[in-house]
Design a protein around this ligand. Structure first.
Ligand SMILES: [Zn+2]
Length: 676
């Protein structure tokens, strides 16, 4: 007992004394000490490969989950912390990028100034809300708030994106407004936990209104009003599963039609105020939302709408204000909803916010420090090898007819690979960043970003742009750009390990590259053609065959339990599950091709094939708090890590052969699924 009590706090202490660093620490992409060989590989491959990692890496008190990805992110953040400390010295030789990130970080770390300011930075917004007397004032405020807001587009969303039907055109998108709970389903589910969540949310609203100086009676009234409005608006919103079908989000209208849909919002004033004087088309992603908003505007008094806006303002601003506001926000959104005991330390929040607001300036210093030309060359070569494997796979896939195959190959050949960082860096020189005005810095950075997005409307598409910052430990495929994106942050050990051989690297990063490629051909991505247009390029028989093959994956994952009695919503996770399976198969085929004719030897008692699969599983090692699992079950399109591994290997005969697994062992599916 004493030993356990001693060990756990020691492990937590080690994690709770982070330091700004100048180098990333090293851990290998195949780590024997992360395994737990007391578990049988054929019974539970995930815990066989990751059990040791989970034991030696308890979830730190300020995290909702702790995984290989988040640990690497944390290592990156400590390095960024070191780089930001250096950049925050007011040295005249700083570059523009260093001045912006250094002064932003300095202002963010000045907790004394932030405490002293209290609510005052938000006061001008609250005053403007208090001045709203009628719908015209409300629209005026909504317009200003879009242009000059602190991150929210509170009544409705308005942005730019590629036309779903013609990817070369950037057009205006009018979308839904924001909700205070993480998803629209939170407002309607009837299970006990969901009922408790809503009661806690109302309590949180009362706390926030209290912090704005309201009496308990007013705070209660206002909390109920916000809940009533949000519930009505949530009813009109598509579910996450419905949103996965891009056709459900395609409703192109003229500005006149949008204005007619919700006349009270006065789009005939809103659009010109954003500088959009002669646009011809707006894609209204969810027309039902605008119909509901129009109805709700008249179903509530102006006073109730002022309350709604006040809540949105304090919600978005709270993390950046003094501790009483930041703590209230943390208590509900992190501690209660996700079960996180402790708030992240200031340095970590400031590093994350610098990345979020000035990511490509921070990215420049990160890349210079971490991403060598050798790593770039090796990961580019691996990407090509995996694309060639996909080409061979598509060329020989037995279930596909030649007409569809031709289109699939065309799509594969036009995919653009973005590896490491953008060719040209975003220029932040017009953003005024001050060393002593944190809230103002957030505000100005947000204003810069919003105007940058709106300025794209009607201009030629910039295909070089990235949707993730270079330090990010993640990757993505964008169906409209038809590109895969691997930031420098994700191409570091233990995910990509320049010191190790191909087997674990193809298993780990290779399978992730294959995963992103497969997204171009999952149930969502397959609806876009080589140009990134939403256009059906499938013959009906191939479509049918595809549907039945993904149904196999959907049925398989629907049986897995997330937590308690909550099963995976496999209609939500289908695209990711298909990408996990396809990605691993492609990486395996590519690795076999890249090492053909080589005499690969066992290492540490594991055959080359076993090392491929252990490397593949070890990207996913980690643990998640039960409350966070509950939230993810409703909102995360990814399955829990253990099923992202076990679900995949149980479909692969190559895995069964490598580890000698046989029916009825759990890691051998009786009905293996195969799509790509
Ligand atoms: Zn994915």
């Amino acid at each position: 007992m004493r030993v356990i009590l001693f060990l756990i706090p020691a492990a937590l202490m080690a994690q709770s004394t982070p330091q700004p660093t100048t180098e990333l620490p090293y851990s290998p992409s195949l780590d024997l000490s992360s395994m737990d060989t007391s578990v049988q590989a054929c019974d539970d491959f995930y815990h066989y490969t990751c059990g040791g990692w989970i034991k030696k890496n308890p979830i730190p008190p300020d995290q909702s989950a702790w995984e290989v990805y988040s640990k690497l992110e944390y290592d990156n953040q400590q390095l960024l912390w070191g780089l930001l400390q250096q950049a925050s010295q007011p040295n005249p030789s700083r570059t523009v990028a260093e001045q912006k990130i250094g002064d932003f970080f300095h202002a963010c770390m000045d907790e004394a100034a932030i405490e002293k300011a209290g609510l005052q930075p938000l006061q001008p917004v609250l005053d403007r809300i208090a001045g709203i007397k009628n719908f015209h004032d409300l629209d005026q405020f909504a317009t200003e708030e879009h242009l000059d807001g602190i991150g929210g587009r509170w009544l409705f969303g308005f942005d730019s994106d590629q036309d779903l039907e013609n990817s070369e055109d950037v057009i205006a998108f009018a979308g839904r407004g924001r909700l205070g709970l993480p998803d629209r389903d939170y407002y309607f589910r009837t299970d006990k936990k969901s009922v408790d969540n809503r009661a806690k949310y109302i309590e949180h609203l009362r706390t926030e209104f209290g912090l704005l100086g309201e009496s308990p009676a007013d705070a209660k009234l206002h909390a109920d009003q916000v809940m009533a409005i949000e519930t009505e608006l949530a009813k009109s919103m598509l579910t996450r599963v419905e949103m996965r079908n891009p056709h459900n989000l395609l409703h192109k209208m003229t500005p006149g039609q949008l204005n007619a849909l919700a006349p009270t919002l006065e789009f005939d004033h809103f659009l010109p105020a954003l500088g959009l004087t002669n646009i011809k088309v707006v894609n209204v992603t969810e027309p039902a939302f605008y119909t509901a908003l129009e109805k709700q505007l008249h179903a509530h008094t102006i006073d109730e709408w002022r309350t709604f806006l006040r809540w949105n303002a304090i919600r978005d601003a709270s993390p950046y204000l003094s501790s009483q506001f930041a703590n209230a926000s943390f208590d509900f959104y992190s501690k209660y909803l996700r079960g996180v005991p402790q708030m992240k330390p200031r340095w970590l929040r400031c590093t994350e916010w610098t990345d979020r607001n000035l990511g490509e300036a921070l990215g420049q210093v990160f890349v210079a420090k971490t991403f060598t030309p050798e790593t770039k060359a090796r990961t580019v070569a691996m990407t090509k090898e995996i694309e060639e494997a996909m080409e061979r796979d598509l060329s020989t896939l037995p279930w596909m007819t030649d007409a569809t195959r031709k289109q699939a190959l065309l799509k594969l050949h036009t995919i653009v690979n973005k590896i490491g960082y953008p060719d040209k860096w975003r220029d932040y020189s017009s953003v005024d960043i001050k060393r002593d005005d944190f809230f103002g810095d957030i505000d100005r950075a947000d204003r810069f970003e919003y105007r940058r997005q709106i300025a794209k409307i009607g201009k030629p598409l910039d295909r070089t742009e990235w949707g993730m910052t270079p330090p990010t430990v993640n990757a993505y495929y964008n169906p409209q750009m038809n590109d895969i994106n691997f930031p420098a942050g994700v191409l570091q050990p233990p995910l990509f390990d320049p010191k190790l051989d191909d087997a674990p690297n193809y298993g780990n990063t290779g399978a992730t590259i294959g995963h992103e490629l497969t997204h171009g051909f999952d149930d969502e991505g397959r609806q876009f053609d080589a140009k990134g247009n939403l256009k059906d390029w499938w013959t009906p028989e191939d479509s049918k065959e595809f549907e039945s093959r993904v149904k196999c994956v959907e049925d398989q994952y629907a049986q897995y339990t997330v937590v308690d009695d909550i099963k995976i919503n496999s209609k939500l996770t289908l695209g990711e599950d298909v990408a996990d399976l396809g990605g691993t198969l492609l990486a395996y085929m590519a690795w076999k091709h890249a090492t053909a004719g080589m005499d690969l030897k066992p290492v540490d008692g594991f055959t080359p094939d076993q090392r491929f699969f252990i490397g593949m599983a070890q990207w996913a090692c980690g643990d998640t708090r039960p409350d966070t699992k509950r939230e993810h079950a409703l909102t995360d399109p990814h399955s829990p890590a253990e099923f992202r591994i076990n679900g995949v290997v149980s479909n692969m005969p190559e895995f069964a052969t490598a580890f000698g697994c046989k029916v009825p062992q759990k890691m051998v599916s009786m009905k293996p699924c195969r799509v790509w």
